[in-house]
Design a protein around this ligand. Structure first.
Ligand SMILES: [Zn+2]
Length: 140
């Protein structure tokens, strides 16, 4: 069992998909010359599961949108005085299936109920998704 709040102040990115930690660290552009950063790879998470964890000491901000795109199943814990003061659940997957429905009445998904509703993220800033079949834009 890894103690997630073992830093005094900072950010812990928990439940990163195993093997994804290094990529997250690189893509988030976390400054390892300014902050003390720990990457814990292949930590145990429950009985049969594994995860990566990143701990960034004395940091209060990370790019949550980028992290959401990289690994939306990760969770972000803000630590103050060894205590988790905030837990952030990520969203914005790049591709979603059967979560949002296309509003275009001429779309094949409106006509044929057995077809999965597949959407792709257009722009994380505007939270818009594009229908795979008809290019209809849906704002989430
Ligand atoms: Zn559609």
């Amino acid at each position: 069992m890894v103690v997630v709040n073992s830093i005094e102040n900072g950010i812990v990115i928990d439940h990163i998909r195993v093997g994804n930690g290094l990529k997250v660290l690189e893509k988030l552009g976390i400054d390892t010359t300014k902050n003390t950063v720990a990457l814990i790879m292949n930590a145990s998470s429950g009985k049969h599961e594994r995860k990566d964890i990143i701990k960034i000491e004395n940091s209060e901000w990370i790019d949550l949108t980028a992290l959401g795109l990289l690994d939306h199943t990760a969770t972000v814990n803000i630590i103050q005085n060894h205590v988790i003061t905030k837990k952030i659940k990520l969203s914005l997957p790049e591709r979603v299936v059967d979560v949002i429905k296309c509003k275009n009445p001429r779309c094949v998904t409106s006509v044929e109920p057995s077809i999965p509703h597949i959407f792709h993220l257009v722009d994380p800033k505007t939270e818009e998704y594009r229908c795979e079949y008809c290019d209809e834009i849906i704002k989430v």
